[in-house]
Design a protein around this ligand. Sequence first.
Ligand code: C6P
Length: 404
Amino acid sequence: MFNVDKIREDFPILKRTVHGKSLVYFDNAATSQTPQVVIDTIVDYYSNYNANIHRGVHTLSQEATDKYEEARIKIQKHFNAEKAYEIILTSGTTHGINMIASGFASLLKTGDEIIVSALEHHSNIVPWQMLCEKTGAILKVIPMDEDGTLRMDIYHELLTNKTKIVFCNHVSNALGTINPIEEIIHAAHKFGAAVLIDGAQATPHIKPDVQELDVDFYVASAHKLCGPTGVGVLYGKEEWLQKLPPYQGGGEMIETVTFDKTTYAGLPHKFEAGTPNICGGIAFGAAIDYMNSVGFETIASYENELLEYATSKLLNIEGLKIYANNKCKTAVISFNVNDIHPYDIGSILDKLGIAVRTGHHCAQPIMDFYKIPGTIRASFSFYNTKEEIDVLVAGVKRATMMLS
Ligand code: C6P
């Protein structure tokens, strides 16, 4: 039986006040809060075994190395990757995408095509545009519909033998839409194209199985699933990771170095140049353990309850419009009230202790589609409550009255 009060005890930050009011944290899509067990892991690392990894014969270094590699295995199991060395630890989703986009420069030629969805975060647009500039490849876009879903009929028409890679998010950060990635992957593979899925917004709610999905690359950030910032994961199928060149040169990614020639280390080290975020990686493992102890089915079903509750309450507010109020979404509500600027409502909500994100959410093409400057985005997590949603609804009503 899910007990949200007990869960909230795990998150010390939820006890704080903002402007004299109890914090209502609805900016979970930007970053999630951190449970005590993850904070303890970070403190334990710096208090007891802070050392560089894969380098020292001394005890601290070996302990740190063991814990870091244990974390890699936890991440491997969580995503159901076949091999631990298919798990590359990165600084986050943005880093993972840039690694692959940069690597594909060696595989593409002028006239090759790559396909992106209209629902992407800038992180999954800009690196590919840079790749097109470098290689002469052509970027094609799967358009979206008014309800925030992708035009899959057009996607199927865009795929040709020239398509080399397709990239799409699993869940849209601005709207919460869950994209049909199984269909996207399956169709791309028929044309021999690779697929990269940006799982930044899916992983806090869904446990992806990379083998079942048969995806070529899957990227995510620890800080969206109760872990620390500055660490993330790039899953890549072994065959692809072998084919791609390293992203950065430096320590730990080499086998031998002479001034004539350097040979590269095997996976995963080939893609992990320099001292990594050791503490972050270990804490990422602790965060995954924590999320699994709550259980992803429990998380999804409780968050869905919050989503339905909030949607019906917010829609009672006159002039409030929810963008992409489709059936297949995670617990994200992107909305505006009449023509009030989202920033103005967000600022008043902040004075009431309510944290939401306002603006274009690093997804400007989506805002352009709706012809709006931005939205107010309330994104829920399993530690939020219906009472907090009531506070949000009252806050939006109050802000609307003040600004109308
Ligand atoms: N979205 C949001 O408020 P990083 O910054 O590398 O951890 O994640 C980038 C990123 C990539 N893809 C998607 C779908 C994302 O949502 C994000 C991060 C945050 O929506 C911060 S902009």
